[in-house]
Design a protein around this ligand. Structure first.
Ligand SMILES: NC(=O)C1=CN([C@@H]2O[C@H](COP(=O)(O)OP(=O)(O)OC[C@H]3O[C@@H](n4cnc5c(N)ncnc54)[C@H](OP(=O)(O)O)[C@@H]3O)[C@@H](O)[C@H]2O)[C@@H](O)CC1
Ligand SMILES: Nc1ncnc2c1ncn2[C@@H]1O[C@H](COP(=O)(O)OP(=O)(O)O)[C@@H](O)[C@H]1O
Ligand SMILES: [K+]
Length: 495
């Protein structure tokens, strides 16, 4: 599992080490220089003779960068530090100067041509403008520097120091211009912005330099990896029968959108549920695609409702209402056309699966007037958290990185899918996969309010891996994503 901690938690964890005289900045800079050297060797075959530009801000983040620059000069790298602030880390600057690094100032405006020339000639740029002390976006000379590097051709390798400067460290927002990095070298522990959208998309590959930090409490956001998902997945015991494995009721599709019913059921069947009962007008289409499905009412352990349920389909909406009225005892995935039927408060084993537009509509309907899709996309965590607080539900917000907020504010961020997954019907398949998980672990999900969020994250992960597996590197259809789920699950649980 990848874990992350807030800026405050990092500072609290650093305190005792700093008090004991542990040279944290020295360790950070050493690790940073090593990763930059490795990246240079990979990019150009050797380190010696490379040209590096350091973007140096006013705090310790700039200090790390200057110290790393000093170490790089000793490995034959020509280092130019560009100071974006009148005052920078004094020891760091002294170290770089002693190592014969070049220093330019971006603060007085006169040396800008030299800065531009250095940036254009650089093989690698280290972004050390702001770290966990950043408040708001990069401004003034720093903002100009970010633009210069972003516009440089050929594009140098960009290495973010600790975090890409200008991200909301704790909430994953982008505060104005942010330099997209190829590599982020982060210190001690990951920061939430390295997992959360949209900031995480600016981080590139993330490597961690161990500082011996031991942060207290639960991580602020986590990302499940294959071994975590494997432990969550319900695997039938030797003596299992179909009812013991869990029955999933599906209220999806309508005369207008029968395909959603087929895809939702496909996700559930392929994820390995004991049985699917389908309710709705798309029975013939569902049976044609999945003869193993039982059409009609009966006992179930969990539900998926809403995918492809049209707003004018009164009969299907009535079924959704019936299911939601029983949600106190049975886990329910609430998708698309069922979101507007959600009761005022629900338990955490009710899992909402909106995309950004649907989440904006849900929040607007609950008093957050004027929230738009764009607002949600700019701050996915804040909006998913708001929806969890307002409803009590576990909220899975779909996107390039899917964010889940569950009981107690626990946050998962899964970025496992190729962009090819942004295709109609993919969300219906996800609902089915998650429904199968909740049916398979229904009792656990009702008694342990933390579990639905973990299962939701696991479903998103498998859905994303299945999209890769369906056609590595190329387009996928939603039905093919479902088709690839069994293979992905087999590899997971047999590893
Ligand atoms: N503690 C340690 O030993 C270790 C720390 N480590 C490293 O330190 C980093 C944290 O360092 P940091 O706390 O000095 O904060 P940092 O992010 O460099 O910037 C703060 C400065 O920027 C200023 N400022 C803020 N926002 C601004 C803006 N928008 N535009 C312009 N200026 C802005 C702010 O001003 P102020 O808000 O105080 O007025 C302040 O002067 C961390 O990410 C890691 O890299 C590692 O070496 C491990 C050991
Ligand atoms: N850029 C992207 N990269 C990876 N996955 C994405 C991206 N955009 C969307 N997705 C995923 O694709 C799926 C789309 O679901 P959704 O928007 O509900 O579509 P539909 O309603 O047509 O089924 C979600 O699982 C979402 O997380
Ligand atoms: K930085």
């Amino acid at each position: 599992m990848l874990t992350s901690w807030t800026a405050d938690a990092v500072r609290a964890a650093e305190e005792p080490l700093l008090a004991a005289g542990v040279p944290l900045m020295g360790r950070a800079a050493f690790g940073l220089a090593g990763h930059v050297a490795r990246a240079l060797r990979e990019a150009r075959g050797r380190v010696r003779g490379a040209r590096a530009v350091l973007l140096v801000g006013p705090g310790n983040n700039g200090g790390d960068t200057l110290h790393a620059g000093a170490l790089l000069t000793r490995r034959g790298v020509a280092v130019t530090a560009v100071l974006a602030s009148p005052r920078v880390h004094a020891d760091g600057l002294a170290a770089l100067t002693a190592a014969h690094g070049r220093v330019l100032r971006a603060t007085d405006g006169t040396g800008r041509a030299d800065v531009t020339a250095a940036v254009r000639a650089a093989h690698v740029v280290l972004d050390g403008l702001l770290g966990i002390g950043g408040r708001g976006g990069v401004r003034g000379p720093a903002a100009w520097l970010v633009e210069e590097v972003a516009a440089a051709q050929p594009r140098p390798l960009v290495v973010a120091v600790d975090v890409p400067s200008g991200v909301g460290v704790d909430d994953g927002t982008r505060q104005g211009a942010v330099l997209d990095a190829d590599l982020t070298v982060t210190f001690g522990v990951r920061k939430p912005a390295l997992l959360l959208p949209p900031a995480a998309h600016a981080a590139g590959r993330v490597v961690l330099v161990d500082l011996g930090l031991d942060p207290a409490g639960a991580p602020a956001a986590v990302r499940l990896e294959a071994e975590d998902v494997a432990t969550l997945w319900p695997v039938p015991g030797r003596a299992a029968h179909k009812y013991a494995r869990g029955v999933l009721g599906v209220v999806a599709g309508s005369a207008r959108y029968p395909g959603a019913a087929v895809l939702s059921v496909a996700g559930a069947v392929r994820a390995g549920v004991g049985m699917v009962r389908y309710l709705g007008a798309a029975g013939p289409q569902v049976l044609a695609a999945h003869p193993e499905v039982v059409v009609g009412d009966g006992r179930v352990q969990a539900w998926v409702v809403g995918s492809g349920v049209a707003p004018d389909d009164d009969a299907q909406r009535e079924r959704v209402r019936d299911v939601l009225a029983r949600a106190a005892h049975e886990p329910v995935v609430v998708d698309a056309g069922a979101l507007d039927l959600l009761p005022e408060r629900v338990p955490a084993h009710v899992v909402l699966t909106p995309h950004a537009g649907e989440l904006a509509a849900l929040l607007a309907a609950r008093g957050a007037a004027g929230v738009t899709r764009e607002d949600v996309e700019a701050a996915p965590l804040a909006h998913a958290r708001r929806a969890h607080e307002l409803t009590g539900a576990t909220v899975l917000l779909k996107g390039a990185t899917t964010v889940v907020v569950g009981h107690g504010g626990a946050v998962h961020a899964q970025a496992d899918a190729p962009a090819w997954l942004a295709t109609a019907g993919a969300g219906d398949v996800l609902g089915g996969v998650l429904g199968a998980l909740l049916a398979g672990r229904a009792r656990d999900a009702v008694t342990d309010p933390m579990l639905p969020a973990a299962l939701a994250a696991a479903a998103a992960a498998v859905h994303g891996w299945a999209a890769h597996a369906a056609n590595p590197g190329g387009p996928v259809a939603a039905a093919d994503v479902a088709g690839a789920v069994p293979g992905v699950v087999a590899r997971l649980v047999s590893a």
